[in-house]
Design a protein around this ligand. Structure first.
Ligand SMILES: [Zn+2]
Length: 370
């Protein structure tokens, strides 16, 4: 049977061919496996707007507000921080939705979140099918004119989607972790700024100035990561993680994700998966396996022990270090922590990362649910 094409807000990633398969499924169900490999089939369909272009148009689609204070809702904490740093003291309110330390992939918003969404002028979500229950609640509860902006869906062309271990193509959900990669986080920052300027032009000078400081800092972190990477021979840049959050990061810095342990169901891997991973760790000379602070895994510990390599259990993908108000409680603090952890565990020199200036001289006034 053909795999249904993944859908974002009622549209398909691959255009009209796949859409007709969804609406007339029986006509496509026999022997048409092309939807999983038919990226070229869309190229000739000039009338179809690419998903990322349509998502971007939706981000920028709202009209300017006139009551002087923008109300912004955000989902995961790294996005909350990027938005808050662009807002600074412009007066807009930024309210996070996903509590830190929760599994954002399976998070079901409590009914109280409906009120946050109802009063929002802009809702920034990651998109790429990460926060569907929150998006559904937003669609049902936002006012007419509220923008629901899917940052990842808007910045990532469909031909750059990564499907991998925990996010297989047949599941229809691409790996959504764009924000762990500085060049993509930079794109998030710029799109957030563009949306805020469009909705609240009275404060555009503040948004522009804060954005410039933020992207300069992201570029510093990017440079520091490149320098740290250069201290690791290519054959040592191997990531075996529990939570599969570094796919785009790995492409950017020429690292290899040799595997991720967490199945797409977010349940525990099977004994056979574990045995295969132990073999892989041994044969690829992986130096360390990385667990996640949000997803404690006895299995990973077992893999590390049996393969005789270090087991590091502190990586995070959307839970900021420290407490709200502390300098490390930021997207950059989170990324620096992860990069230092990975580089050092694999035998590299992380000094450029430890000394890079990640301050932006802007106060983060967002609300972070804990
Ligand atoms: Zn994640």
């Amino acid at each position: 049977m053909a795999t249904p094409a993944p859908v974002i807000r009622g549209r398909t990633f691959r255009g009209a061919v796949a859409l007709s398969c969804l609406t007339l499924f029986s006509a496509c169900a026999s022997g048409d496996d092309s939807t999983s490999t038919s990226d070229t089939s869309v190229a000739g369909d000039a009338a179809e707007v690419a998903a990322h272009e349509q998502a971007r148009a939706e981000c920028l689609g709202g009209s300017a507000i006139d009551d002087g204070s923008l109300d912004i809702a955000t989902t995961v904490a790294p996005i909350t921080n990027l938005a808050a740093l662009i807002v600074g003291d412009a007066g807009a309110k930024v309210t996070g939705i996903v509590p830190e330390g929760t599994n954002s992939h399976t998070f079901e918003p409590p009914p109280s979140v409906a009120a946050t969404l109802e009063s929002a002028d802009v809702v920034f979500i990651n998109g790429l099918v990460l926060e569907e229950p929150t998006k559904d609640l937003a669609v049902a509860n936002t006012q007419a004119g509220t923008v629901i902006c899917e940052l990842g869906t808007a910045v990532l062309p469909e031909d750059q989607y990564v499907f991998d271990f925990s996010f297989p193509k047949e599941g229809g959900k691409p790996n959504p972790h764009l924000w762990t990669d500085p060049p993509h986080a930079r794109e998030y920052a710029t799109l957030i700024k563009d949306v805020l300027v469009a909705r609240d032009p009275a404060h555009s000078a503040i948004y522009e100035a804060n954005h410039d400081k933020l992207v300069a800092m992201i570029d510093r972190l990017d440079d520091a990561m490149k320098s740290a990477t250069a201290t690791l021979p290519v054959e040592q840049r191997k990531l075996l993680t529990y939570h599969d959050a570094y796919a785009y990061f790995a492409k950017t810095y020429d690292w290899t994700v040799v595997g991720a342990i967490q199945p797409s169901s977010f349940e525990e891997p099977t004994p056979k998966d574990i045995a295969d991973l132990i073999d892989q760790v041994k044969s690829e000379n992986v130096k360390a396996v990385f667990g996640s602070e949000v997803f404690p895994s006895p299995v990973l510990e077992q893999i590390g022990k049996e393969a005789g390599v270090a087991y590091i259990d502190v990586l995070r993908d959307d839970d900021l270090p420290g407490e709200p108000g502390e300098p490390e409680h930021s997207w950059a603090g989170l990324m620096r922590f992860d990069y230092v952890t990975m580089v050092e565990a694999l035998g590299g020199d992380a000094s450029t990362l430890k000394t890079v200036d990640i301050s932006v001289d802007v106060e983060d006034k967002a609300y972070y649910p804990q």
